[in-house]
Design a protein around this ligand. Structure first.
Ligand code: ZN
Length: 147
């Protein structure tokens, strides 16, 4: 079994058995994003507490296996993390896909999507959930009322 096969299995497992799929009852913020180049749709609920920790997140949407698997993997990774750590995870993953030096220790299962970097058109699929997450936490941090 090659590393590519192992990675493919990890991706398919997240796609077929998504973690954190659905909605949160009381999200701090919800962001909906669309990736027109592929047709992926994603809704992301994020719950951040007053200490700036991602208490929970959930996603729902329709799209290709890459976009849905990435959402499942990413949420798995950022739950329980501080906002700045979650941002670093998103940044490291984007670095990986841009073939820059990335902090792989932050990535967990997300590393299985590294092969997407060979297909620039699909990078937007893989980063859709991070873009939604970054929009959400930008707005949470701007809106001081959540303090
Ligand atoms: Zn896609």
């Amino acid at each position: 079994m090659s590393l590519d096969d192992v990675y493919r299995e990890v991706v398919m497992d997240h796609y077929q058995n998504p973690r954190h799929h659905g909605h949160l009852e009381h999200p701090t913020l919800t962001v909906g994003l669309h990736n027109p180049s592929c047709g992926d749709e994603l809704h992301l609920d994020v719950l951040v507490d007053e200490d700036g920790i991602v208490r929970d997140a959930a996603f729902e949407g329709q799209g290709c296996s890459i976009s849905m698997a990435a959402a499942s993997m990413f949420i798995d990774r950022v739950r329980g993390k501080k906002l700045e750590e979650a941002r670093r995870i998103a940044e490291s993953f984007k670095d990986l896909l841009r073939r820059r030096e990335a902090d792989r220790s932050l990535l967990g299962d997300l590393e299985a999507l590294e092969g997407v970097s060979r297909f620039p058109a699909r990078v937007k699929c893989a980063t859709l959930v991070m873009n939604a997450f970054e929009q959400a936490i930008d707005r949470i941090e701007e809106g001081g009322d959540h303090k």
